[in-house]
Design a protein around this ligand. Structure first.
Ligand code: AMP
Length: 336
């Protein structure tokens, strides 16, 4: 059903790009901003016998996001009602991070979603937190990027979901409030929408694993689907933040996907020493002008670091190119 445009570098691990013109006719999704209205909408769809699938996003949609919608549409043999959420979650950004400059284009997003013909509703809440009296104080420092000031005021949001071990390494090490913010807001979306299925991208590999563990530990009756990374034709993992890369930075950033492919090729040939592999990737990224945040080789499910590749692992990378922090990863299984 989907037109395939394989990425030359990573064709065996990437999702096909989707030609939505071959799918259903364009159809405007219903835009819902109110939590109670969203919950009522979802319950009506379930009463009609539909499977409700949710695709959480922060907007500024690209083909990576649209591939998640494709996975949602295929999630059940029953008719699927698809909700895409668009919400830039303030609590996952630390004060020093890029909340204020995070790209957005709601009208453009709606056009893209309509073009798929399969999205039934867009949930775009104005805010998912009870704002406390400390809000004004928090706002004076610039963008409201963390809710801690409001917690201190005593009457705002103060309940958080933490996935204690999985949230610590990799992105959690350099973004200490990130997974707390993600897990909390995803829990709220699950409570409001009450979906049967939720789709997350493996592009944010640690986030996907954090959500899987949260769903297991807290008994959410929701199937979590992990969807493959969608890349530009030259291998760069699609990301809303790529728009902030200069042409030169974008060219340099290709070293991320290239070094991951080289590492996988090497591992499949027997170069399985993780220290050597990580050093090589760090060296390559640094030589091309990147500033490495981390390179880790971890077990796919537990995210525990390994010293030798001898089972299913994933190499995860975060690196800065200019002012843009990019993440990417590649799964490897030397036994398969
Ligand atoms: P974001 O809007 O960046 O928060 O991403 C929303 C969802 O889209 C997350 O589950 C991401 O992992 C997923 N996603 C973002 N970029 C890609 C990509 N290039 N390929 C697949 N999924 C992606």
């Amino acid at each position: 059903m989907h037109a395939v445009s394989p990425c030359p570098l990573l064709s065996d691990s990437s999702s096909p790009l989707i030609d939505w013109t071959t799918m259903a006719a364009p159809r405007e999704p219903e835009v819902i901003r109110d939590k109670a209205a969203m919950r009522a909408w979802s319950r009506r769809r379930r009463a009609e016998g539909k499977t409700v699938a949710v695709v959480p996003t922060m907007g500024y949609l690209h083909q990576g996001h649209l591939s998640l919608i494709s996975a949602a549409a295929a999630a059940s043999a029953d008719p699927v009602a698809i909700v895409v959420t668009i919400y830039v979650n303030p609590s996952q950004f630390a004060p020093s991070e890029d909340l204020a400059t995070y790209p957005s284009d709601f009208a453009g997003d709606l056009r893209k979603l309509a073009s798929t013909g399969v999205v039934d509703a867009v949930f775009n809440p104005p805010d998912l937190y009870v704002r406390g009296a400390g809000r004004r104080a928090a706002a004076t420092g610039g963008a409201i990027s963390c809710l801690e000031e409001e917690e201190a005021a005593g009457d705002g949001h103060e309940t958080w979901v933490r996935v204690e071990r999985l949230e610590k390494g990799m992105c959690g090490a350099s973004r200490p409030v990130f997974f707390r913010g993600v897990a909390t807001i995803v829990s709220k979306l699950f409570n409001i929408i009450e979906p049967d299925v939720a789709v997350f991208g493996k592009k944010d590999y640690q986030q996907w694993r954090v959500i899987c563990r949260m769903v297991r530990d807290l008994d959410f009756a929701i199937e979590i689907i992990g969807s493959e990374i969608v890349r530009e034709a030259d291998g760069l993992a699609m990301s809303s933040r790529n728009v902030h890369l200069s042409r030169e930075e974008r060219e340099k950033a290709l070293s991320i996907s290239r070094s991951l492919v080289d590492a996988r090729t090497g591992a499949l040939k027997g170069n399985t020493d993780c220290k050597q592999i990580k050093n090589k990737i760090v060296q390559t990224l640094t030589e091309t002008g990147g500033q490495v945040d981390y390179v880790e080789i971890v077990e796919q499910e537990s995210l525990v670091p390994v010293e030798q590749i001898d089972g299913p692992v994933v190499i995860c990378v975060a690196a800065w190119f200019g002012k843009v922090r990019l993440i990417d990863n590649i799964e490897i299984d030397t036994r398969s």
